[in-house]
Design a protein around this ligand. Structure first.
Ligand code: URA
Length: 209
C-alpha cells in the first residue's frame, strides 16, 4: 500500500510557492500555513469511514451519511507544528490536540522529549502528527515513537515540505505511518535545511530570528 502522498492540488501548490518566497512576512506566512493545513486536512481525511443514519429533512425521512469510526487527534511537534493546528481544527473541530516537544541533546545528538501531553484516550484515536518541515526525520521519528510508547496505534504524519532523506528515515523507522506532504524537495544542505525549502519554519511563523 502506498504510504507517501504528495498533495498536488493547485491551491496547495500556489500557497506553497507564496510561503517559500523570502519576501513573505510572518503575518501572511502564518495565514498561508493555516490555509494549507486546512486543505491538507481535507485530503488526509478523504478515506474516513462513514455510516448511514436516519434523519428527517423538512420534507421527509431519509438516510444520510455521517462520520463513523475512531475519533481524531492532532499532535503538533513544537514549535513549528503549532502553525498547522488551527487550519486542521477548522475542518475537524472535534479533534483533540496533543503536544510533543523535543530538543537535540548537544552531546549525544539524540532527540530528548521535554514535553508530551496527549489526549487520555490516545490509543482509541487516529492521530495526525503535524510539523511543517520533514528534514532529517529525526524529530518526526522520535515524536512518533514517544506517541506510540503512550499507546497510539494509528498515526499519520502531515508536513508541508519534506526532504527525500526525511521521507526515507520515517518510512524505515515507522513503516505503518502514512506520510502526507505538499512537496518533496531536492535535498538537505550541510546544516540540515531543506533545499530549496522555505528557511526556518518556526522563525518565519513566529517572527523570531
Ligand atoms: N526545519 C526548518 O524549519 N527548515 C528546514 O529547512 C529544515 C528543518
Amino acid at each position: 500500500m502506498e504510504k507517501v502522498f504528495v498533495m498536488d492540488h493547485p491551491l496547495i501548490q500556489h500557497k506553497l510557492t507564496l510561503i517559500r518566497d523570502k519576501n513573505t512576512g510572518s503575518k501572511e506566512f502564518r495565514e498561508l500555513v493555516k490555509e494549507i493545513a486546512m486543505l491538507m486536512a481535507y485530503e488526509v481525511t478523504r478515506n474516513l469511514p462513514l455510516e448511514e443514519v436516519e434523519i428527517e429533512t423538512p420534507v421527509c425521512k431519509t438516510k444520510s451519511k455521517v462520520l463513523s469510526g475512531r475519533k481524531l487527534g492532532i499532535v503538533p511537534i513544537l514549535r513549528a507544528g503549532l502553525g498547522m493546528v488551527d487550519g486542521m481544527l477548522s475542518l475537524i473541530p472535534a479533534a483533540k490536540v496533543g503536544h510533543v516537544g523535543l530538543y537535540r541533546d548537544p552531546e549525544t545528538l539524540e532527540p530528548v522529549e521535554y514535553y508530551c501531553k496527549l489526549p487520555a484516550d490516545v490509543n482509541e484515536r487516529d492521530l495526525i502528527v503535524v510539523d511543517p518541515m520533514l528534514a532529517t526525520g529525526g524529530s518526526a521519528n522520535a515524536a512518533i515513537q514517544f506517541i506510540k510508547d503512550r499507546g497510539a496505534t494509528s498515526i499519520k504524519l502531515v508536513c508541508l515540505i519534506a526532504a527525500p532523506e526525511g521521507v526515507k528515515a520515517v518510512r524505515e523507522a515507522h513503516p505503518d505511518v502514512e506520510i502526507y506532504v505538499a512537496s518533496v524537495d531536492e535535498r538537505l544542505n550541510d546544516h540540515a535545511y531543506i533545499i530549496p525549502g522555505l528557511g526556518d519554519a518556526g522563525d518565519r511563523l513566529f517572527g523570531t530570528k
